[in-house]
Design a binder for this molecule. Structure first.
Ligand code: MUC
Ligand code: MG
Length: 367
């Protein structure tokens, strides 16, 4: 199981419909596919999505850091030497999605070597997850129509509504329109991506008090330290830390600093190994978790459901697993499907993913 080669393949697949949110927008999935090959001929895969507005990474920076630093650090180690991988990769600060993709590709290799699904190696709790769909900024009637389509075509009844616009009343109108359209047949929660101030957020929460929200995520910047604490104290529902708590240390700081009361886990930034550390920490601290979306493609979404369904605490809430549906195409030979509001964990050893090599050839950017 000696790692012989680590390869990066930048690719770009357009979205049919761009996704807008307070910190940025996505029009193309310009991700990086990571492949880890062992001396015995096993190949593990995962994908890294560059999110400059969240982590400072770009497609070119992910390719460069893997080629220059991470591949040389991993080649020659054993696939099972995960602590050694972590020690070596952590000599470079930052670059979370590059590190996470490598970790998950290594797990893919380990699963294949043991002829077991990674999902079972991680905990194997449930065979599928309930799906939450993320609704990007748009006019209320457009967002209601998208939710309606997700209900009819995929049975999805949980929606994370992107908020954080100026003025905040634009967002309040959207959430109200969704509640009026679907009544109590849907679960609604909001994610501000730091777009509001603490006072905007408090007013928006007050105006949405009758709308039955279940979570509020990153409404204002965690770096507004006292404003954030003031807001979280007044928030009637769990306040989720996403981009403010991307490492175990940040989780500890944000929770103990009373700047959040729940944690978003994203395999795109913490892989499987570090996501387990975050999950166990959250359990130890006694806070809820939600499986978040890094605007992942199908490879990334598959990784999220493999991890999310593997543990009880990550299976309680719907996972954010559906935004790949807005991409014009993808890389899997057998596309993921969401039905009755659920996404199943693929069977098969490792991650259970098979790439369509023709599609990769079509979308790769380095050929
Ligand atoms: C989310 O939950 O915030 C948008 C920016 C990002 O980093 O992730 C997405 C979704
Ligand atoms: Mg978020």
């Amino acid at each position: 199981l000696t790692i012989e080669q680590v390869e990066v393949v930048p690719f770009a697949i357009p979205y049919r419909k761009p996704l807008h949110f307070a910190s940025g927008e996505v029009r193309t999935a310009d991700h990086v596919l990571v492949r880890v090959r062992t001396a015995g001929g096993l190949v593990g895969h995962a994908e890294a999505p560059p999110r400059p507005y969240t982590y400072g990474e770009t497609q070119a920076s992910i390719v460069a850091v893997v080629e220059q630093l991470f591949a040389p650090a991993l080649v020659g180690t054993g696939a099972l030497d995960r602590e050694e991988h972590r020690a070596r990769l952590s000599r470079t600060v930052g670059n979370p999605t590059a590190k996470a993709a490598l970790d998950m590709a290594v797990w893919d290799v380990i699963g294949q070597a043991l002829d077991q699904p990674v999902h079972r190696l991680l905990g194997g709790y449930a065979a599928s997850m309930r799906v939450s769909h993320m609704l990007g900024f748009d006019r209320p009637e457009v967002m209601v129509a998208e939710a309606q389509r997700m209900i009819e075509e995929h049975g999805v009844r949980t929606f994370k509504v992107k908020v954080g616009q100026q003025p905040y009343t634009l967002d309040v109108a959207v959430v109200r329109a969704l509640r009026e359209a679907f009544g109590d047949t849907v679960e609604l929660y909001v994610d501000g991506n730091r777009g509001w101030t603490a006072s905007d957020s408090a007013r928006a929460l007050a105006e949405m008090a009758d709308l039955g929200l279940t979570l509020a995520e990153e409404l204002n910047p965690a770096d507004d330290v006292l404003g954030r604490r003031w807001l979280v104290e007044r928030c009637p529902v769990p306040f989720v830390a996403d981009e403010s708590a991307t490492t175990p240390a940040e989780v500890t700081r944000e929770i103990l600093g009373r700047s959040a009361t729940a944690i978003s886990i994203k395999t795109a930034r913490t892989g499987f190994s570090e996501s387990q550390r975050v999950l166990h920490l959250a359990e130890g601290l006694g806070v809820e978790v939600v499986m978040g979306n890094q605007i992942d493609g199908q490879v990334g979404t598959l990784c999220s459901v493999v991890f999310g369904a593997a543990h009880r605490a990550t299976s309680r809430r719907a996972g954010e697993l559906s935004n790949f549906l807005d991409m014009s195409d993808d890389l899997l030979a057998e596309p993921l499907t969401i039905s009755d509001g659920e996404l199943a964990v693929p069977a098969g050893p490792g991650l259970g993913l098979r790439l369509d090599e023709d599609k990769l050839a079509r979308y790769r950017q380095d050929a």
